[in-house]
Design a protein around this ligand. Structure first.
Ligand SMILES: Cc1ncc(COP(=O)(O)O)c(C=O)c1O
Length: 368
């Protein structure tokens, strides 16, 4: 490993497989199929492994849908908050399911897509999210159809409904209660559909999650409405699989010791900046020495966190940021022109493969 130049994302296939095996178990025990939410993770060099455990992909745009179709295979679900006509014409060539965000979009494009397996996103008015920013049912939300009468009118055109209403939900009782509400409120419509997607945002691959209860809830829901249930895991599929490996470039002092690493929270783990959260460290280990670890862009708040470490960091030391797989690589940017982390995979057999490096030409080409 030492010859690899930092920064790089290190995806560990064995850790990925642990999540994937749970996803497969859920499939076997509950009948719910899982499609990977590419918005969370689109790093296709590990799709050979992932496709063995999942049924396909779901997407937020034409490009994601195309990537899923080309590189993952299986079922390709195409959804977008707003499709253009050109995108609908392109996506209809390969999508297995085409999910519209509004009845207005469905009406607009129906002549082009009649006969395809169409779906509609519903906003059930309930949700689980610690962040207003990510709450699909927040006030004035544009995500999905709120008006039941409108959905009923569209029923003859569609075969499925998509409900995405969770964000990082590890609370099984909350999920069960939400399923009961959806069953009660939309049961009549669900009886007339072939499939229902319950979206993502469920932390069911997390250590200690009550899988048996989860599977039972999904199985009962599917049976009650005689319907194929889908899940759209993103984070749950890749959680704890990836590290961002960096090197300390400098140590400065301003009341506290601050290590500046050769990566950036803003450019390489942007989600944490957006949600004002801090990642955990995979190494060095915790201890008594207070040390801030910061990124190298000019943004004052480009800070990974204020940590307590076993020993103070020195220039040249390695720092590994944990859980750097979901909503990271899909959001990288070239802010400040800082070097883009390479993509490295530790394969199941232990071989470490540097799959992609990025250089000045990539930076230049992204701008003109
Ligand atoms: C429609 C839809 N499906 C699936 C997901 C994946 O969610 P997660 O990565 O939290 O599992 C999202 C995330 O925003 C989403 O909007």
């Amino acid at each position: 490993m030492t010859e690899l130049a930092t920064p790089y994302y290190l995806i560990d296939e064995s850790r990925l497989k642990r999540n994937l095996e749970i996803i497969r178990q859920v499939r076997e025990r509950s009948g719910a199929k899982s499609v990977l939410a590419l918005k969370c993770f689109s790093t296709w060099c590990v799709f050979d492994l992932m496709r063995q455990y999942m049924d396909g992909t779901t997407s937020s745009s034409l490009y994601e849908a195309r990537l899923g179709h080309e590189e993952f295979g299986g079922e390709t679900h195409a959804y977008s908050v707003g499709f253009s006509r050109a995108e609908v014409l392109a996506v209809r060539e390969f999508a297995d399911k085409l999910i519209f965000n509004s009845v207005s979009q469905l009406r607009q494009f129906y002549p082009e897509v009649a006969g395809l397996n169409l779906g509609l996103r519903v906003n059930p008015g309930i949700s689980y999210s610690r962040f207003d920013l990510a709450d699909p049912a927040r006030r004035y939300s544009r995500l999905g159809v709120r008006n039941k009468a409108e959905i009923s009118e569209a029923l003859p055109w569609i075969k499925g409904l998509m409900f995405h209403f969770n964000c990082e939900n590890a609370d099984i009782e909350h999920f069960r209660a939400a399923l009961a509400t959806i069953g009660r409120e939309y049961g009549e419509l669900l009886h007339r559909m072939e499939w229902v997607s319950l979206g993502g945002g469920l932390s069911f691959t997390q250590e200690g999650y009550p899988l048996e209860t989860f599977c039972e809830a999904l199985r009962t829901f599917g049976q009650s409405f005689d319907i194929q249930v889908y899940l759209e895991p993103g984070e749950a599929a890749v959680t704890q699989s990836t590290e961002l490996v960096t090197t300390v470039l400098d140590v400065v002092h301003n009341e506290i010791d601050i290590a500046i690493v050769d990566a950036s929270l803003e450019a390489h783990m942007l989600d944490h900046l957006i949600y004002r959260t801090n990642p955990r460290l995979a190494s060095p280990p915790p201890g008594e020495h207070r040390m801030m670890i910061a990124g190298r862009t000019c943004l004052a708040g480009d800070v990974f966190g204020d940590f307590k470490l076993a020993c103070p960091l020195q220039i040249g030391d390695e720092v590994r940021i944990a859980d750097a797989g979901g909503y990271t690589m899909v959001q990288v940017n070239w802010f400040n022109g800082v070097s883009m982390p390479a993509i490295v995979v530790r394969r199941l057999d232990g071989q470490v493969e540097c799959v992609r490096t990025f250089g000045y030409e990539d930076f230049k080409r992204s701008l003109s």
